[in-house]
Design a protein around this ligand. Structure first.
Ligand code: FAD
Length: 432
C-alpha cells in the first residue's frame, strides 16, 4: 500500500449516498475527520415524504419528489447495501416509509446519524492551493441560528442527489397554456386532478405510476411518450396513450401523429436536472443537457481528483452502486491504487462518450447505465481491487423493469428470493 497522510473529508448531503459515504469514511484509518452536512432536519433525502411543495421554512427549494402512495419500483432484494440488506419481510416492493426506516437503521447501526450536521446548508465549494497539494474551502450555513462558516478539507464527497430540480421541456405553447402546468416534483396526492382532463408527459417510472394512479380520480388521462417498446399493460378505459406533444395552443394539445385533444392540466413527468449550485466555477464541472463532465468513471472530478460525486449514474442498483463507488474512491484516497493521470482520465471519458454515441445514446443519456451497469461495476471493482456486485442484482433489475412496463398494475405483488450470486426465484409471481 502506498503512503497516505491523514485526511479531512466533507460529505455534502445525507441521503442514501451521503450516509453510505459516511459509513465507510468513519471507519477508514487514513481519515482523520469527517464532516457530514445535511440541509434537512433528518436523513434520507428522496425518501422523506413531505406534503409541502415550493420552499421550506428556510427559503430553500423543497428537495424531495416523493409522493404519498409511492412504493419502490425495484424489489427490496436489490435495494439494500452489499453489507446491509433490507430486512426480510413478506413483500418485495416496499412503501417509501419503510425505505426511510431502513436508511435510518443503516445509519444508526454504523454510528452515522449522530455525526450528521443537520440543518446545515452548503452554499459554496472552492478549490485552493495548499502547502502539499490542493485543498477545499467549504462554506455552509447553520439554518437554525443563521451562522455561516468556512472549513478546510482535503477531500469533498458530493452527495446532493439528482431528483429534485425539475426538467421542463421546451414544448411550443407551454408558457401560454391556458390550464394548469405542473411537474411531478410537486405531485403528492391524486385528488388535485379530480374530474380533470390530464395530459401526462413522459412515461418513465414516475410518469407511468402516477398516470395510473390519476386515472382513479381524473375525467381522463392522456399519457404522451416515445417509449421504443409499447407497454403491454392494460390501462383503465379513461387512459389513452399518445406520441410526443408537438405543440400546445390554448387548452389544445397537438400530437406528433397529427391528432389533437383538449386538456385542463399539463402534468410534466419529464425527469430532473443534475444541479450543483454550490460548486464554484473553479471546480471545473459543467452540466449541459444533463451531462456532468469531466468525470472519470462518472465519479471523479478529473480536473480536481480530490472531489468525487456519488450516485450520478442512473438505471442502476442504486444503494449497492453507491457502496461500490465509495469503496472505490476511498481506496484511491488510502493508496490501495492510484487514479490515472489527468490525460488518461480525460482520454477514458472521451472514449466512453464516443462509444455511447456510436451506440445511439444521446448527450442527455451520458450517465444512463441500464445494460451497461454490470460492466461499469466490474470496471470500478477491478481497478480498485475491491469486490464487485453480484450479477443477480442486475438480473433482477432487468426482470423487474420488464414487468413494470408490461404489468404495471400488478408487478408489485411479485416476491423475489435470491438463491445465490447468479440466481433468483420469483416465489410469488403476479403474472401467473
Ligand atoms: P437524495 O436522496 O436526493 O439525497 C440528497 C441529500 O442531500 C438530501 O437529503 C438533501 O437535503 C441534501 N442536500 C442537497 N443539497 C444540499 C446542500 N447544498 N447542503 C446540504 N445538504 C444538501 N431508487 C431506487 O433504487 N428504487 C426506487 O424505487 C426509487 N424510487 C424513486 C421514486 C422517486 C419519486 C424518486 C424521485 C426517486 C426514486 N429513486 C428510486 C431514486 C432515489 O432517489 C435514489 O435511489 C437515492 O435515494 C438517491 O439518493 P441520494 O443520496 O443520491 O440523493
Amino acid at each position: 500500500m502506498l503512503f497516505s497522510a491523514m485526511v479531512r473529508v466533507c460529505v455534502i448531503g445525507a441521503g442514501a449516498a451521503g450516509v453510505c459515504a459516511a459509513r465507510h469514511l468513519l471507519v477508514e484509518p487514513c481519515v482523520d475527520h469527517v464532516d457530514i452536512f445535511e440541509q434537512a432536519s433528518q436523513l434520507g433525502g428522496t425518501w422523506v415524504y413531505t406534503e409541502k411543495v415550493g420552499y421550506d421554512d428556510f427559503g430553500l427549494p423543497i428537495h424531495s419528489s416523493m409522493y404519498k402512495s409511492l412504493r419502490t419500483n425495484l424489489p427490496k432484494e436489490i435495494m439494500g447495501f452489499p453489507d446491509f440488506p433490507v430486512p426480510e419481510s413478506e413483500k418485495s416492493y416496499l412503501p417509501a416509509k419503510e425505505m426511510l426506516s431502513f436508511l435510518q437503521l443503516y445509519a444508526d447501526k454504523h454510528q452515522v446519524t449522530d455525526r450528521i450536521n443537520f440543518n446545515h446548508h452548503v452554499n459554496l465549494v472552492i478549490p485552493k492551493a495548499g502547502p502539499s497539494g490542493e485543498l477545499w474551502d467549504v462554506s455552509f450555513k447553520n439554518l437554525l441560528n443563521g451562522e455561516s462558516e468556512t472549513r478546510e478539507y482535503d477531500y469533498v464527497f458530493v452527495c446532493n442527489g439528482h431528483y429534485n430540480t425539475p426538467f421542463i421541456p421546451n414544448i411550443p405553447g407551454l408558457k401560454e397554456f391556458q390550464g394548469d402546468v405542473m411537474h411531478s416534483h410537486d405531485y403528492r396526492v391524486p385528488e388535485i386532478f379530480s374530474g380533470k382532463r390530464v395530459l401526462v408527459v413522459g412515461a418513465g417510472p414516475s410518469g407511468m405510476d402516477i398516470a395510473l394512479e390519476v386515472t382513479n380520480v381524473a375525467h381522463k388521462v392522456i399519457l404522451s411518450h416515445h417509449l421504443k417498446e409499447q407497454p403491454r399493460t392494460v390501462f383503465p378505459d379513461n387512459l389513452t396513450q399518445k406520441p410526443d406533444v408537438k405543440r400546445l395552443d390554448g387548452k389544445k394539445v397537438h400530437f406528433a401523429d397529427e391528432s389533437e385533444d383538449e386538456v385542463d392540466v399539463v402534468f410534466l413527468c419529464t425527469g430532473y436536472l443534475y444541479n450543483f449550485p454550490f460548486l464554484h466555477e473553479s471546480c471545473n464541472i459543467s452540466v449541459e443537457d444533463n451531462c456532468v463532465e469531466p468525470l472519470y468513471k462518472h465519479l471523479v472530478n478529473i480536473h480536481h481528483p480530490t472531489m468525487c460525486f456519488i450516485g450520478v449514474p442512473y438505471y442502476v442498483c442504486a444503494f449497492s452502486m453507491f457502496d461500490l463507488q465509495v469503496r472505490y474512491y476511498i481506496r484511491s484516497i488510502n493508496g490501495t491504487f492510484s487514479l490515472p493521470s489527468t490525460e488518461e482520465m480525460i482520454a477514458h471519458w472521451e472514449e466512453e462518450k464516443k462509444d455511447r454515441a456510436s451506440r445511439g445514446y444521446t448527450k442527455r443519456q451520458a450517465h444512463m447505465m441500464g445494460p451497461d451497469q454490470e460492466k461499469y461495476y466490474a470496471s470500478l471493482a477491478t481497478e480498485a481491487g475491491t469486490k464487485s456486485l453480484p450479477s443477480v442484482l442486475t438480473k433482477i433489475r432487468e426482470e423487474s423493469s420488464i414487468r413494470f412496463l408490461h404489468n404495471l398494475k400488478h408487478y408489485r405483488q411479485d416476491v423475489y428470493k435470491i438463491i445465490d450470486d447468479n440466481t433468483y426465484e420469483i416465489v410469488n409471481d403476479a403474472a401467473r
